[in-house]
Design a protein around this ligand. Sequence first.
Ligand code: KIV
Length: 272
Amino acid sequence: MSVHNPDIKRITTHVIQELKNKGEKISALTAYDYSMARIVDGAGVEIILVGDSASNVMAGHETTLPITLDQMIYHAASVVRAVKRALVVVDLPFGSYQGNSSEALRSAIRIMKEAGAHAVKMEGGLEIRESIIRVLSAGVPVMGHLGLTPQSIYKFGTYAVRAKEESEAQKLIDDAKMLEEIGCFSVVLEKIPAALTKKVSESITIPTIGIGAGPDADGQILVLHDLLGITKEFKPRFLRRYADLHDIMSDAIGNYVNDVKAQEFPNENEAY
Ligand code: KIV
C-alpha cells in the first residue's frame, strides 16, 4: 500500500517543484520495461527513470557505458506505454551528448520523439553546460546528475563515495547552482556525504534526488531490481531491500521444473 496523492492526475516537472516547495519528499525509481513500469506507476512513484543502469540490470554489462541510444529508446518507449501518472525521465547514454551540443540536442530529441519521454537526464556539471543549455533551449526538461556519475567510472576508478574532499565538494556545489541557474528541473546526487547533500539541497531551489546521499535530499531514487532484491549480490550500505524476489522467483521456477519432471504439470484442469 502506498501513501501517494491520487488527486495528482499527471506528474509534471512543475508538480515535482511544488513537492519540494511544500516540503513533501519525492519518490523515484528506475524501470526499463512495460510490465515493471505498470507496477511502479500504479504504486504511486512520482518519477520513473529509464536509467542507463539498464546496461547493468537488463543486459548484464559491468558498466553503463555500452548501452546505445537506440537501446535506451527501446526501453523508454516500453516504459512510456505503461505509465499513466509518473514523470518519465530517460538517461542520455554515454557517447550521445558529450561530443558537442548539436549531438546532445539530436539525442535528446530522438528520446522525446521516438520514446515519448517527458524529460532527459545528463551526467556532469560545467563540462557539459553548453550541451545542457542546447537541450533546454529546445524545450526539453533536463535532470542533472552529480557526485558519482557512473558514465565516468573509468576516470574515477572506483564506485566509492565522491566529494569527500573540500575541493570536489565545492565543485559539486558550484555545479548544482549552475544547473539550477541554466534551468534544470532537478538534480540527482549520487553517493556523496549526507552533510553535503543537506548543504546542496538548502542552497538550490530545484529538487535534489539522492541515491546513497543521505536523508536530506528532496527525494530518493533506487534501482528497482535492487529494491526488490532481484540483484542479490549487490549490497551497498545505502540500499534498503523491500523484498527478496530473487529467492521467491527462484523457488517458484524450481517448483515448476519439479512439477514438469514429475508430470504433475499440467493436470487435467489445465488441459483442453
Ligand atoms: O541509471 C540509473 O539508474 C541512475 C540512477 C541510479 C540515478 O542514474
